[in-house]
Design a protein around this ligand. Structure first.
Ligand code: GRF
Length: 216
């Protein structure tokens, strides 16, 4: 099967990057990581990339100050130089601009540690606990110009327990993130995602095939 060439944008520890690398190595994800790009020089994710001889690039935001679209134009050049087909945001802590979205229309994914459209933005596990929700989870979605508002591809649900802390809930969610991000990329690679307005239809999905999402 053809491997989709992905570019992964990161800012931090890169555990989602690691899960994608592991799933590629296990042969369950038909993808090739063409480049990992970080806005922070000391992101541990860049070291993970180096460990696997994956090109790692640091594009500092400092030179661009508030010119976010110029920063994104630089990102696009780098992604195109590496012949990236699909862009995956994995803990990339910058809002992207139309410059990037127009260069990769419906070809940018993001993972978010909550069940969107509830709890977009930052510190969402804390917000979920404060709100007293009984379930939380994570979402992989296409990126549009809003903050965590794009069409939803896949979600996983986890219970929220009475004695959860932000840390314990985050860890429970992260385990699911590591599964569903690769699932979403694989669905893209298999050309099984169809955008229908705000919805993403996933061909070949049945209740049975969703079991792992319902019983994480
Ligand atoms: C994850 O929780 C992801 O959902 C959010 O940022 C975090 C990144 O973690 N967007 P990591 O760098 O992949 O470990």
């Amino acid at each position: 099967m053809k491997k989709v060439r992905i570019g992964i944008l990161v800012s931090g520890r890169g555990s989602n990057l690691q899960a994608i690398i592991d799933n590629i190595e296990k042969g369950v994800l038909s993808a090739e990581i063409a480049v990992v790009i970080s806005d922070l020089a000391d992101a541990y994710a860049l070291e993970r990339a180096r460990n696997y001889n994956i090109p790692g690039v640091h594009i500092s935001a400092k030179a661009y100050k508030s010119r976010r679209d110029e920063y994104d134009a630089h990102l696009v050049r780098e992604l195109q130089n590496h012949e990236v087909e699909l862009v995956c945001l994995a803990g990339f802590m910058r809002m992207i601009t139309p410059t990037l979205i127009k260069a990769y229309p419906n070809r940018i994914l993001n993972i978010h540690p909550a069940l969107l459209p509830s709890f977009p933005g930052l510190h969402v596990q804390k917000a979920a606990l404060e709100h007293g929700v009984k379930f939380s989870g994570c979402t992989v979605h296409f990126v549009d110009e809003g903050m965590d508002t794009g069409p939803i591809i896949i979600q996983a649900v986890v219970p929220v327990l009475d004695d959860d802390t932000e840390d314990s809930l985050s860890k429970r969610i992260l385990l699911q993130e590591h599964k569903i991000y690769s699932r979403a990329i694989q669905l893209y690679a298999e050309d099984r995602l169809r955008l229908e307005g705000k919805r993403v239809a996933v061909s070949g999905y049945s209740v049975d095939s969703l079991d792992f999402l319902i019983n994480p």
